[in-house]
Design a protein around this ligand. Structure first.
Ligand code: NAG
Ligand code: NAG
Ligand code: NAG
Ligand code: NAG
Ligand code: NAG
Length: 310
């Protein structure tokens, strides 16, 4: 539930524990007006009904956390209030400053607000983020110290661009690229972090070979014979469709497969034509006969018959 105000009931959750009252002389307890939106249409509750209250995260309860319906039709406790948590303003690090996510006015911050610590370059903060916590405390200021990330190392099937091979300071960046036909997966830039470690390096994903000798595929919006795929290479995450035969309907349908880092699995339903069939009866291949009206739901390609990596 939306909970914005600082001292209201709407930041409250209520669990109703209902009971079947067997006492005829017991009165019903009217549900207090502010709780009615939480009561799913009920306006009164029977004797012994228990209400358990809890405040949203970042709100402190003022009052009792439960209330029960008494025999005389009154509640044992009034509903509590939920008061928004405030924190004192955070302290900046020595040799540094705080940059608040949102502008702060006054002498307090509210629960959920956050900020970033910065140090005078080239120093780096021991931790970068701080916030006002649900219990009203704030993050301790970090220590500013010099960090150095070791000289960046290469990646398989890729290389470093525009960088000098030397140790780097906080927030310095190094860029990677991949060898031809390899596809970069991840962020091409790495950054020297406040821990003295680099952020994660990208990975170069290998192209695939389409592992059939005979047959027709659908690739790059074109239906082509495998011999016409020159060179026989598809890139990481590219799709290739193979044609399968529906034996009952005598029709053909395409089944997609995707090149994943050097592996292009052949669909389980795909049967590579023999040499004779291919030369003499090419017109009867699933790719050449009538296309099925509705393809079955795309069956996952079998990983048991992978094509050889390029
Ligand atoms: C309500 O709180 C009481 C104790 O205060 C507990 O015994 C009971 O299990 C709670 N009921 C629910 C539904 O959480
Ligand atoms: C409710 O308050 C009582 C004391 O008043 C406490 O013992 C109990 O743990 C509280 N229950 C919850 C769910 O906070
Ligand atoms: C770098 O990260 C590893 C764990 O990923 C950690 O053990 C190591 O202490 C970190 N290096 C520095 C300088 O903080
Ligand atoms: C099959 O691959 C083509 C591209 O060749 C793509 O547009 C289509 O969305 C894919 N279909 C499925 C079901 O993955
Ligand atoms: C063959 O086509 C029929 C009719 O469209 C369909 O019900 C059946 O599932 C298909 N069989 C295969 C193996 O695709």
């Amino acid at each position: 539930m939306e909970c914005k105000s600082s001292l209201i009931l709407l930041c409250l959750s209520v669990i109703f524990t209902e009971v079947i009252s067997t006492q005829d002389n017991a009165k019903m307890c009217p549900i207090p007006q502010p709780l009615q939106p939480l009561a799913r249409g009920m306006t009164e509750a029977p004797f012994k009904t228990l209400l358990n209250f809890s405040c949203d995260d970042g709100y402190i309860m003022i009052g009792a956390n439960s209330s029960s319906c008494l025999q005389d039709g009154t509640w044992s406790n009034p509903p509590p209030l939920c008061k928004a948590v405030n924190c004192p303003l955070p302290l900046p690090p020595r040799d540094g400053r705080i940059v608040h996510d949102n502008t702060v006015s006054g002498t307090t911050t509210m629960y959920g607000q956050g900020w970033t610590y910065e140090c005078n370059p080239p120093k780096a903060p021991s931790h970068e983020r701080g916030s006002c916590r649900a219990d009203g405390s704030v993050t301790e200021p970090p220590v500013c110290r010099e960090v150095s990330c070791s000289a960046p190392t290469g990646i398989p099937n890729g290389f470093i661009t525009f960088a000098v091979i030397r140790p780097h300071g906080y927030k310095e960046k190094v860029k990677y690229a991949c060898n031809e036909h390899y596809v970069l997966d991840g962020n091409p830039d790495i950054q020297c972090q406040n821990t003295g470690n680099w952020s994660a390096k990208p990975v170069c994903r290998a192209p695939c070979t389409v592992g059939i000798k005979r047959g027709r595929i659908f690739y790059n919006s074109r239906k082509l014979w495998i011999a016409d795929l020159k060179p026989n290479r598809v890139l990481h995450e590219e799709h290739v469709a193979f044609y399968c035969l529906n034996k009952t309907e005598r029709c053909g349908y395409p089944v997609n497969s995707t090149c994943i880092d050097g592996t292009l699995a052949l669909p389980e339903c795909f049967e590579e034509p023999g040499k004779v069939e291919y030369n003499l009866k090419a017109k009867s291949l699933p790719s050449e006969i009538q296309a099925c009206a509705t393809s079955p739901p795309a069956s996952p390609a079998s990983p048991t018959r992978p094509a050889s990596p390029a």
